[in-house]
Write a protein that binds this ligand. Structure first.
Ligand code: DCP
Length: 694
C-alpha cells in the first residue's frame, strides 16, 4: 500500500536551534574567567585526564576533539582549561546542564510551538508567527533590519567576491517579488535572530540555528555555520544542498541503512538517491523506508514539531568498564541504590515543578559471562510499574535486576547471591522512568478519582490494602488487589496544557492503548499506587511537597464536602488525608485495567531500555521493547524487551551518531544480512565499550 506523501509545497517555517559547545558554555558561565579560553569539559573518570565531552570553539582551533582524552588535548593545546563534569553519587551529575537547557527552552518557546529535542537542541514551528509578521509588518517594508539577521547565511545566495554579504542578505529579506514561501522564511530569519539575541541576553549562551520549511532541512542547516550563526534553506536551494550531502550525514542514515545504501546501491550522496524510482526503493527497503528515502532525496519531510518542553523520560546510569565491572550482587545493589536515588530526586522535582508522574520503571544492564558459552546473550531489560519513593524504586529496581540476572545466567548457572565473584560482570547499569504524564489538577480529578465512594469506604479500603508487599528478591511479586482508577481531564483543567502545551505527544502516543483520548481532554490513568510513594519526595523536599500535598488535600476535602454535602461527617482523625490514602495504597494492582493496558502497550512498543547517560554524561535514552510476561498469575508485571524491537522515537537525547546507530539496528530486518559488518566498530558499541575508559 503506498504511503501518503507529505506536502511537497511546504509553507511551514521551522527552526532548529542548537546550543554551541553547550556544556562548556554552562561551565564558562559558572567561571567567567574561562570565557574566550580554549576549554573542554571532561567526564568523571579521570584516567588520562578524562574523556572530553564538550570542546570550546577556541580549543577546536588547536585541533582538540571530543574523541580525545584530557592528556591528548593538553598535547595539542597546552593551555587548554579542563573542567570536570560535576559529580554526584560517584557519577556525572547533569542537572546543571538540564536546567540550563530549560532556561533556553523557556525563551525559545515564546514565539511558537517548541519541541525540546535533546539537552541542548530545540525545534520551533514559527509558521504562525511568520504569517502574522507577513500580514502586519512584512520584511519587504522594513527599513531597518537587525544586524544579527543580516549576518544570516542564505544557501544559494550569490555572494560574489567583493560583494557586500550583509547587503545581499538585506536585499533578499526585502524582496518584493519573492514568492510566499521565501517571504515566510525572511520572517523566520528575523524572528530567529531576535530569539537568539534574547537567549544571549538572558542566559549568556550562544546558539546556532537552521531555518527551513521542514525539520529535516532546518536540522541540516543549523550545524552548517557554528558557533552563534544562523543558516537559511530557501526551497530553491534544497537540491543543491542535498546533491552533495554525504548520505551518512543525513539523520537516520548514519548507521546500517546508510551503509547498505552505499554498498548495495552505490548511493554516496543524498542526491544520488534521486535516480531510483520510489518502487525500487520500496522493493529494496520496504514500503515505508522506501518512501521515506524517496522523500528525503527531494527534501520532503512531513514530520511535525511536537509541542514538548519537558523530557519524555528520566534516567540515571553509569558504566563500569573493564576492571571496574561489577561482579557481585551487593556491588550492583550499591550502585543501583545510587542511581535510584538520583532518579527518585528527578521524579520528585518533576512532580513538584511540572505536576507530572512517571508510570514505568525500567532497568537496563550490560553484562558478560566469564563462561562464554552463550556470549551473544544480552542482559534482558526489565520493567515494572513505577512506585514513588526512593526506597520503593530501589527495591523494585533491585528486583528487576535479580529477575534479569536469573534470565541472563539461567537458573542453574552461576551464583546470583552473596558477595563472592560469581562468573558474571556488569559493565553498565541504568534505571529509567518513562510514561510520564501530567497528574490531574487537584480538585476535580481527585474527586473523580474517588467518585462514588464515601471517604469512610476509601479509608477502610486503604487500610485493608496496606502495605504494599515486600518483594523478596525473587520473581514472585506480591499479589496486589487494589482498584485502579481512571481520571478524566476535562478541558477546563487546562493549567497543565498551559504550562506544557500539547505535552508529550509521544507519551500520549505510547499510551494510546491505555488512555482514551476525548474531545474535551484526555482520560488518564492515575494510580493511587504511583502516588503512594510521593512521601519519597517529602523525604527530599519535605516542605515544598507538604505544601503541595496539603493543597491537594485541602482542595479535595473542600470539593468533596461540597459535592457530598451532608454525607461527610467530620470525624476528626477519621477523615483520611489524601497523603495517607496515597501512602497506603498498593502499587498497580494485578488485574487493574491500567496494568492490563500497560501490558498491552508494552507488547511490541513499550517496555523500555535505558542505555544511560553514563559517565560521558549525555542524557538517557529509553527504548521500547516487548512484554515477556504473562500477567495471568497475579504477580506484578515484569517486562523485558528485545533490543531488536527498540523504538527509535524515544532516543532523541542521545548524541546523533549513537541515535543513528541504534536506529540502524532497529531498521527492518530485510537489509540486515547485507550489513554484516555494521556492528563492528560501530559507534554505540564504542560508546559503551568496556575498554573505552579503562
Ligand atoms: N555530550 C556528551 N557526550 C557525548 C556528546 C555530547 O556528554 N558523546 C554532551 C556535551 C555537549 C552536549 O552534550 O556539550 C551537546 O552535544 P552536541 O553534540 O550538541 O555538542 P556541543 O554542544 O558540545 O557542540 P556543538 O557546538 O558542536 O553543537
Amino acid at each position: 500500500m503506498p504511503v501518503a506523501k507529505p506536502e511537497s509545497s511546504d509553507s511551514r517555517v521551522i527552526a532548529h536551534v542548537d546550543m554551541d559547545c553547550f556544556y562548556v558554555q554552562v561551565e564558562q558561565r559558572k567561571q567567567p574567567q574561562l570565557r574566550g579560553l580554549p576549554t573542554a569539559v571532561v567526564q568523571y573518570n579521570e584516567w588520562k585526564g578524562g574523556a572530553l565531552i564538550a570542546v570550546s570553539y577556541e580549543a577546536r582551533k588547536f585541533g582538540v576533539k571530543r574523541s580525545m582524552r584530557g592528556a591528548e588535548a593538553k598535547e595539542v593545546c597546552p593551555q587548554i582549561q579542563l573542567v570536570q563534569v560535576p559529580v554526584a553519587r560517584g557519577k556525572a551529575d547533569l542537572n546543571g546542564y538540564r536546567s540550563a537547557g530549560s532556561e533556553v527552552v523557556s525563551i525559545l518557546s515564546r514565539r511558537g510551538r517548541c519541541e525540546r529535542a535533546s539537552i541542548d537542541e530545540v525545534y520551533l514551528d514559527l509558521t504562525d508567527a511568520a504569517e502574522t509578521m507577513l500580514a502586519e509588518n512584512p520584511p519587504q517594508n522594513m527599513e531597518k533590519i537587525d544586524e544579527e539577521a543580516l549576518m544570516s547565511h542564505i544557501l544559494g545566495l550569490n555572494n560574489e567576491d567583493g560583494s557586500d554579504v550583509k547587503e545581499n542578505v538585506r536585499e533578499w529579506i526585502n524582496r518584493h517579488n519573492a514568492d510566499h514561501r521565501d517571504k515566510l522564511l525572511a520572517c523566520g530569519i528575523l524572528i530567529v535572530a531576535e530569539l537568539r539575541m534574547q537567549v544571549l541576553k538572558e542566559t549568556e549562551f550562544t546558539c546556532s540555528a537552521g531555518i527551513a520549511h521542514n525539520k529535516m532541512l532546518a536540522k541540516l542547516a543549523s550545524g552548517m555555520n557554528k558557533p552563534a550563526q544562523q543558516t537559511v534553506v530557501p526551497s530553491s536551494s534544497v537540491n543543491g544542498l542535498l546533491n552533495t550531502l554525504p548520505i551518512r550525514k543525513m539523520k537516520q542514515l548514519g548507521g546500517k541503512l546508510g551503509i547498505s545504501l552505499q554498498t548495495d546501491m552505490g548511493v554516496n550522496t543524498v542526491g544520488d538517491l534521486l535516480q531510483f524510482p520510489e518502487e525500487k526503493l520500496q522493493e529494496r527497503y520496504g514500503i515505508n523506508t522506501g518512501t521515506w528515502l524517496w522523500n528525503i532525496a527531494r527534501g520532503i519531510s512531513g514530520e511535525a514539531v511536537e509541542g514538548r518542553l519537558l523530557p519524555k523520560s528520566h534516567g540515571s546510569g553509569k558504566t563500569f568498564p573493564g576492571p571496574r565491572a561489577l561482579k557481585t550482587v551487593p556491588a550492583v545493589q550499591h550502585w543501583l541504590n545510587q542511581l535510584c536515588e538520583e532518579l527518585s530526586e528527578r521524579l520528585c522535582s518533576d512532580l513538584d515543578q511540572n505536576k507530572r508522574m512517571a508510570h514505568t520503571l525500567t532497568l537496563h544492564a550490560r553484562a558478560y559471562k566469564s563462561s562464554d558459552s552463550d556470549s551473544q546473550k544480552k542482559f534482558p531489560s526489565k520493567s515494572c510499574p513505577l512506585r514513588y519513593g526512593t526506597g520503593k524504586i530501589q527495591e523494585d529496581a533491585f528486583n528487576l535486576f535479580q529477575a534479569g540476572l536469573r534470565e541472563y545466567i539461567g537458573f542453574y548457572g552461576v551464583k546470583t547471591q552473596g558477595s563472592q565473584y560469581s562468573g558474571w560482570g556488569i559493565t553498565s547499569l541504568s534505571v529509567s522512568a518513562s510514561k510520564i504524564v501530567p497528574i490531574p489538577s487537584g480538585t476535580c480529578s481527585i474527586a473523580k478519582y474517588f467518585h462514588g465512594q464515601s471517604l469512610d469506604n476509601v479509608n477502610a479500603e486503604a487500610t485493608l490494602l496496606l502495605p504494599p508487599g515486600v518483594h523478596s528478591g525473587s520473581e514472585c511479586y506480591s499479589e496486589l488487589n487494589s482498584p485502579k482508577a481512571e481520571v478524566d481531564f476535562p478541558k477546563e483543567e487546562s493549567w497543565i496544557e498551559d504550562t506544557v502545551p500539547d505535552l508529550d505527544l509521544q507519551e500520549q502516543k505510547d499510551l494510546s492503548s491505555s488512555l482514551s483520548k476525548t474531545q474535551d481532554g484526555f482520560t488518564q490513568d492515575i494510580s493511587p499506587s504511583s502516588l503512594s510513594g510521593t512521601e519519597g519526595c517529602l523525604e527530599q523536599n519535605q516542605n515544598k511537597q507538604e505544601r503541595y500535598m496539603t493543597k491537594v488535600e485541602g482542595q479535595f476535602k473542600s470539593e468533596y464536602k461540597e459535592r457530598k454535602g451532608k454525607r461527610v461527617k467530620d470525624k476528626g482523625t477519621g477523615t483520611p488525608s489524601i497523603l495517607e490514602l496515597f501512602k497506603s495504597y498498593n502499587p498497580y494492582p494485578f488485574g487493574s485495567s491500567l496494568s492490563q493496558e500497560l501490558k498491552k502497550t508494552a507488547q511490541g512498543t513499550d517496555a523500555r531500555l535505558t542505555i544511560e547517560e553514563n559517565e560521558v554524561g549525555k542524557e538517557e535514552k529509553p527504548m521500547h521493547g516487548s512484554s515477556s510476561r504473562d500477567e495471568g498469575d497475579g504477580r506484578r508485571e515484569v517486562w523485558s524487551y528485545n533490543i531488536d524491537e527498540i523504538d527509535p522515537t524515544v532516543m532523541d537525547e542521545l548524541p546523533q551518531e549513537i541515535q543513528d546507530e541504534i536506529k540502524a539496528w532497529v531498521q527492518p530486518h530485510k537489509w540486515r544480512p547485507y550489513n554484516n559488518t555494521a556492528r563492528r566498530g560501530c559507534k554505540i558499541s564504542h560508546y559503551f565499550s568496556p575498554t573505552k575508559n579503562s
